[in-house]
Design a protein around this ligand. Structure first.
Ligand SMILES: Nc1ncnc2c1ncn2[C@@H]1O[C@H](COP(=O)(O)OP(=O)(O)OP(=O)(O)O)[C@@H](O)[C@H]1O
Ligand SMILES: Nc1nc2c(ncn2[C@@H]2O[C@H](COP(=O)(O)O)[C@@H](O)[C@H]2O)c(=O)[nH]1
Length: 245
């Protein structure tokens, strides 16, 4: 697998991930859960890890505010056949975020019950603040039909998926999205304006740990310019899935 690190030089203007932009991600390639968080339970109750055998996916990781969500939206605009897994989370929705589109938002109790029931591929406590998890059932459904699939998860989740890949018979390509500089990362996170000062501080602490782990990933894409980063990501996907780019 890769090892490429892509650099571009000019910045793109800020580009907030809006509800409308994310709504564009409506899946066309395979079934996607919709509705309330209760639907996750319905679709995930028979989760069977064997169903992932032979599946192929991309794990996308990068520090808070680097632009992962923004790049995914740009990618999905050009390549709607790519599916980005919708995670469960116990954090509160940001303004404009929609349940079942951005995340499956749920209480800590609901999350713990699903975790206990084995409904997640992986889970993590992120930034020491909220739990996040990748629902298994929709992932199985997409991998079964060969949909190009992205899990946007944190470093702990990426490590967990890599550890489990062999046992599950999964082909996993890991991609790290890096900022052009730490200062620019701080600017983007601050500019997004969705966190309190304390939340931002915690995210930047996590960011330092994640940036130090970049070499664990198969490929690094530096997000200087959103469209270029989305094209770079598509090239990785196309290569991984044997698609003519
Ligand atoms: N290439 C870029 N140049 C300038 N601004 C960018 C670029 N990419 C993203 N941004 C801006 O940076 C901010 C953070 O982007 P985004 O929310 O996509 O980050 P993220 O990595 O998904 O963050 P988190 O992990 O905290 O959810 C947004 O305001 C977005 O518009
Ligand atoms: N381990 C997992 N990490 C996840 C999952 N879904 C999202 N994430 C990561 O959490 C942070 C914070 O996300 P935010 O939306 O609150 O800014 C970010 O790094 C995501 O990539 C998951 O299912 N598992």
């Amino acid at each position: 697998m890769g090892g490429k690190r892509d650099h571009t030089n000019d910045h793109q203007g800020t580009n907030t991930v809006t509800e409308d932009a994310i709504a564009d991600q409506t899946d066309t390639a395979a079934p996607t859960p919709t509705g309330t968080s209760a639907d996750v339970a319905e679709t995930s109750s028979d989760a069977d890890a064997d169903a992932l055998h032979g599946g192929r996916l991309l794990v996308l990781t990068g520090p808070a505010g680097v632009g992962k969500g923004t790049v995914e939206v740009a990618l999905r605009k050009k390549h709607p056949e790519v599916w980005v897994s919708v995670s469960a989370t116990t954090r509160d929705p940001r303004p404009g975020e929609v349940n079942g589109v951005n995340y499956w938002f749920m209480s800590e109790d609901e999350f713990a019950a699903k975790e206990q029931a084995g409904e997640f591929l992986e889970t993590a406590l992120v930034h020491g603040m909220a739990h996040y998890g990748t629902p298994l059932k929709p992932l199985e459904e997409h991998l079964a039909v060969g949909t190009p699939t992205i899990l946007e998860i944190d470093l702990q989740g990426a490590r967990r998926v890599k550890e489990k890949a062999a046992e599950l018979g999964l082909e996993v390509m890991t991609v790290f999205i890096a900022p052009p500089s730490f200062d620019e990362l701080v600017r983007r996170l601050t500019g997004r304006g969705t966190e309190t000062e304390e939340q931002r501080r915690r995210r930047l602490e996590t960011a330092k740990i994640e940036l130090a782990a970049e070499s664990e990933f198969d490929v690094t894409i530096v997000n200087e310019k959103v469209e270029q980063a989305a094209d770079d990501l598509w090239n990785v996907i196309a290569k991984e899935y044997g698609i003519d780019a």
